[in-house]
Design a protein around this ligand. Structure first.
Ligand code: CUA
Length: 338
């Protein structure tokens, strides 16, 4: 094999392999619903490949046949007599292929309850906002309920019912490795049932264009063994921990005195804003700004002062009136919200 051909083969193989795995691949399922969708996808790809092979075969056929001899090169071109080709290739074959795909699609869809009646009482409510995800755990009495954002923890190998809502425009909840998409429609709650067969972190993404930062409206589904999940629930139900260091206490003061507390809630403090994400356990989350930035001190400070540069048009304003010292103690306080 020549070097060029070898490189091409490697490139094609790499494309094929990387196309089948990765955190946003529907071909790398980690749950039963996603497996069914993967099987449907392969079925459809197979059908399309067969059709494409037949069509290209038919295109190449006269070319190959003609090479055999050039005697009839100047013979008149025969026209007419192609009606059966049109009937079979233009109608019968597409009808069979498309009807097959349609029926297989309907079967796949009907196997998963998305209708409101099919899932009685979801324990998690996810609300799409421009451009982040409010996550409410609503099981049990009010004292057991809590709110978080952009990270949905679920127990592994358990059916988890989620209600999805929208606070503004239409969004779409999509975790490719766990399930298909479900729309978040204002005024019309929908439901989806997730099932992760293996513990892990599954990336989700808004799959309906919803404005300037649609691409930065991402989230994580974190599937944990039951005991870890129970410990997480227990921790999240608690109010924020009281700042220990002098610096963090000063930071809480800065938080309450600035615009922060108008939009954010920190349970256990006076901050009860409802516009932005609940920050009670902010430091326990992996990311900031709906899975846009890694949750670390540098990004926290950058987000506070330059949200509009990092995620233009987001509701979070640039907070520019703080001194360097105030920003530093604020970051220390936020970092302690485990
Ligand atoms: Cu929300 Cu796109």
């Amino acid at each position: 094999m020549s070097r060029m051909r070898c490189l091409t083969a490697i490139a094609v193989a790499a494309l094929l392999v990387t196309g089948c795995s990765g955190e946003m691949s529907t071909l790398d399922p980690a749950g039963e619903a996603a497996e069914t969708l993967r099987n449907l996808s392969w079925g459809v790809y197979g059908a399309f490949l067969a059709v494409a092979a037949a069509v290209f075969g038919l295109i190449l056929w006269p070319v190959v046949r003609r090479r055999r001899g050039s005697f009839d090169e100047h013979a008149p071109v025969g026209i007419g007599g192609g009606e059966p080709w049109i009937l079979v290739g233009g109608f019968a074959v597409p009808f069979v292929v498309l009807a097959g795909v349609f029926v297989a699609g309907l079967q796949t869809m009907s196997a998963y309850p998305l209708q409101n009646g099919a899932i009685p009482a979801p324990e998690i409510v996810v609300t799409g906002n421009q451009w982040w995800w409010r996550v409410n755990y609503v099981a049990g009495p009010p004292a057991m309920q809590f709110e978080t954002a952009n990270e949905i923890h679920i127990p592994v190998d358990t059916l988890v019912d989620i209600e999805v809502r929208s606070a503004d425009v239409i969004h779409s909840f999509w975790v490719p490795r766990l399930h298909g998409k479900v729309d978040l429609i204002p005024g019309m709650p929908n439901r989806i049932r997730l099932h992760a067969e293996r513990a892990g972190v599954y990336r989700g993404q808004c799959a309906e264009f919803c404005g300037a930062q649609h691409a930065h409206m991402s989230f994580l589904v974190i599937a944990q063994p039951m005991d870890e999940y129970a410990a997480w629930l227990d921790h999240q139900r608690r109010p924020a921990r009281i700042p220990e260091s002098e610096e963090a206490r000063h930071g809480l003061g800065v938080f309450n005195a600035s615009a922060c507390s108008m939009c954010h809630t920190i349970r256990g403090t006076g901050a009860r804003g409802r516009i932005g994400p609940d920050l009670t356990h902010l430091a326990s989350r992996r990311t900031l700004a709906a899975n846009t930035l890694v949750n670390n001190r540098a990004n926290l400070m950058a987000w506070v002062t330059h949200a509009q540069s990092l995620k233009p048009e987001v509701e979070m304003p640039n907070i520019t009136q703080m001194t360097g010292e105030e920003l530093r103690v604020l970051a220390t306080f936020l970092e302690e919200l485990e």
